[in-house]
Design a protein around this ligand. Structure first.
Ligand code: C2E
Ligand code: CA
Ligand code: CA
Ligand code: CA
Length: 279
């Protein structure tokens, strides 16, 4: 049911505990899936409330494994622990950037928000390679200047908990290219908002557990409002994740949050569906 397992504090324990055997099998299957191009990207629109318009879409990885979709919450951790995440992340960026170019050439104005694993961030010979990987893809895809300003990279709050000069430099480098940075799952980690002022970021995405508990808890509502007010004071845009109901949307509006991602508006969808929606 909706209230079950949605508590913010269960966030980390909620993730599946895979046994070693299954992990090994998934690892092999992931490797094979990368070789055979078996992944697909879905796109979930992000709606700007003031303009009532789709401004971006989050790119979400999909993998049909043995006939059924397997959740990224299951296979991403396996890819992370085995190092495959670097190759997988590169594949996601390449695919997403090709889509961005395709949209632009069709005259469709939309940005894409791409998840970057924190493991990937650290494993790249300190982040320069992320910049290189994005530049290489852009060169491969186009001879004109690539629309980097259409890209947002989503990093999780936990990445920011180690306040590392290299990380700050890397984020700044990406922003200098025109790429925007979003802090994902905000509120699930243990960092404070004042902390955010040290990082070159543009958006914060308030985790869906806060939105989904806002209906039943006045305290959660106060927390979301405080996060939003402080974010605005720091010049950050705020996105609410996981808005499913009319009540949640109303709350989000009342909190002055500017953008929404959630089933209330759209579920993640294949590229063709997004195109149909926007054309
Ligand atoms: P996330 O980055 O927080 O992505 C948002 C998740 O919330 C997605 O789950 C999306 O389908 C789901 N969602 C969106 N709106 C609603 C709603 O209204 N209600 C509910 N209950 N859920 C909603 P998904 O696609 O299963 O992805 C799960 C996680 O897997 C992502 O969480 C992200 O951490 C990871 N992930 C997905 N794709 C990628 C990727 O390409 N790279 C990396 N590194 N991680 C990815
Ligand atoms: Ca995300
Ligand atoms: Ca999120
Ligand atoms: Ca998440």
């Amino acid at each position: 049911s909706k209230s079950e397992g949605r508590n913010c504090f269960h966030f980390f324990t909620q993730q599946m505990q895979l046994d070693a055997e299954l992990t090994a099998k998934l690892h092999n299957d992931l490797k094979f899936a990368l070789e055979t191009n078996a992944f697909e990207l879905y796109y979930q629109p992000i709606v700007c409330l003031e303009e009532n318009k789709i401004v971006r879409a989050e790119v979400l990885l999909r993998w049909k494994h043995e006939g059924a979709f397997i959740s990224p919450e299951v296979f991403i951790p396996v890819a992370e622990s085995s190092g495959l995440i670097v190759e997988l992340g590169h594949w996601v960026r390449k695919e997403a950037m090709a889509s961005l170019l395709e949209f632009k050439r069709k005259g469709i104005e939309i940005g894409l928000s791409i998840n970057v694993s924190m493991y990937e961030f650290w494993s790249h010979a300190l982040q320069d390679c992320l910049v290189t990987s994005i530049n290489d893809i852009a060169v491969d895809l186009t001879t004109d200047s690539f629309p980097f300003d259409g890209i947002t990279l989503e990093i999780t709050e936990s990445l920011l908990m180690k306040q590392h000069q290299h990380l700050i430099d890397a984020l700044q480098k990406l922003r200098d290219m025109g790429i925007e940075i979003a802090v994902d799952d905000f509120g699930t980690g243990y960092s404070s908002l004042s902390y955010l002022s040290h990082f070159p970021v543009d958006h914060i995405k308030i985790d869906k557990c806060f939105i989904q508990e806002s209906g039943s808890s006045v305290k959660q509502q106060a927390l979301v409002k405080a996060i939003t007010t402080l974010s605005h004071a720091l010049d950050l845009h705020v996105i609410a994740e996981g808005v499913e109901t009319e009540e949640e949307l109303q709350f989000v509006r009342s909190a002055d949050i500017e953008a929404v991602q959630g089933y209330y508006f759209y579920k993640p969808m294949p590229k063709q569906n997004l195109l149909t929606l926007l054309e």
